[in-house]
Design a protein around this ligand. Sequence first.
Ligand code: PLP
Length: 310
Amino acid sequence: MPLPDVTQTYRDPHRYPKGISFLDDQYVPMDQAKVSVLDYGFLHSDATYDVVHVWQGAFFRLDLHLDRFFAGLEKLHMAIPYNRDEVIEILQNCVALSGHRDAYVELICTRGNSPDFSRDPRDAINRFMAFAIPFGSVANKAQMKRGLHLAISDRVRIPSSSVDPSIKNYHWLDLVQGLYDAYEKGAETTLLLNDHGNIAEGPGFNVFAVKDGLVATPDSGVLAGITRQTVFDLCAELGIACEATQISRDELVAADEIFISSTAGGVMPVTRLNHSVVGDGLLGPIYRQVHQLYWDKHNDPVWALPINYS
Ligand code: PLP
């Protein structure tokens, strides 16, 4: 695979401040990464993807992200010309070439273009691409400090019977419309409902409610987030009970603590829901424990895979 001349780049994270992409077998600076408008990933949202983060020069739980990505490919009848080790090498190269120590790394497979614009998905040539850009978070610095303000939307997240949520996908119109609903209510982000009318998930995150020391997260209509799984693992280690179950709107409103989870930011506090303060309005004790252990685990070689920048 041809590599750009990056002899300076390894020591200069500012050479590619916007990051590096791998597209059509080439590594290119992010602003040169362009996809055909005839790609069905763009025209039909016919794509799957995953996002893993790099923190202080190491991938976090990369294996779980790759398991989910390759499972999604299979469910969508897609194939890429790289095996798992080659994908790891591509992701590594994107990060190393970008120079970023803290990065947001996305891998994508689109249905691709079909030679004669055929509507038969079997005719399309699947396209694999990846990129590494600076680390991004759902919650900004101020929100991490004081907690996010969420509003529960009346919208139902696209049901599992329509689109299998175990395939990480770009069916986001419900989430985006939910965001605008939330802005109208003065909130910062949104939570959509599942097809039982209970809480599902938000744009790019899962949600957790704490009541009387018990942690709960929705068990249906959601992406099985890797950070969500990590919260289960961390709670087990901390001796905190954590379960996946149905959570009604009223139960969420009555929670002592609420937090959200995403590769983009880790575990993040919520201190306002609709027009009410959550619990005492401060970052909760269980959130604090989980948050601390989450970032401590980024130094644990069991979960962290160092990038080779040289
Ligand atoms: N739910 C949705 C709809 C998402 O898009 C995401 C991440 O992008 C999540 C949940 C959180 O998943 P993860 O923890 O794997 O980042």
